[in-house]
Write a protein that binds this ligand. Sequence first.
Ligand SMILES: [Fe+2]
Ligand SMILES: [Fe+2]
Length: 234
Amino acid sequence: MALYAIGDLHLSLGADKPMEIFGEQWENHPDKLRLGFAGLSDDDITVLCGDTSWGMDIEDAREDFAFIDSLPGRKIILKGNHDYWWTTASKMNGFLKRNGFGTICFLHNNCYEYSEGGKEFAICGTKGSFFEEETGNEHDRLILNREAGRLKTSLEKAGTREKIVFLHYPPIYLNYRCGDILTLLKEYEVRYCYYGHIHGKGHASAFNGWAGGTQFKLVSTDYLGFKPEKIILY
Ligand SMILES: [Fe+2]
Ligand SMILES: [Fe+2]
């Protein structure tokens, strides 16, 4: 059993949303993803860090969910800024149940247990936010407050287990620092933080490394070459 992360699958199997316009690396990218997941087993867990499907509502996203369900292992999905299909937990869980998508669950005001090497971990997370104090408006501030609240709820539910955090938005990017999120990572002594959202030319500016006791890593699909990142816990 191992833990993996990958963000930004940007699937549109049930709709016409060609991803090739974002670069030739996105050509037939579901095939590349299937290949990238080929080395995983059914007892592995992969956290999908947002921007999963272009579907405008959850029924639109059915083929994308069927594809994800067919990939090996359990998949834990959190919300990205393009997940317009995202709705209430009860509606999303009802959709999974109705369709028999038994390998998928959602990370939303909750956490999931994971154990490795005799140690107990908790998979925590939320979408996060890209709010800049100097330029952001009141509405964006409210969104960040809500996201910080969701992360805190997730971390609280983890109890004494070591927490691994998954976000869609990066808490650090160039000169940007998301103070509210970074404060929570410090308060809950989070050593591992994985995020997505950053594509193409943005990869060069992504922060991969240690800051304030936390190791950050970008796991967007195109950054990883369509292969989930195995999380090494130590
Ligand atoms: Fe994305
Ligand atoms: Fe995004």
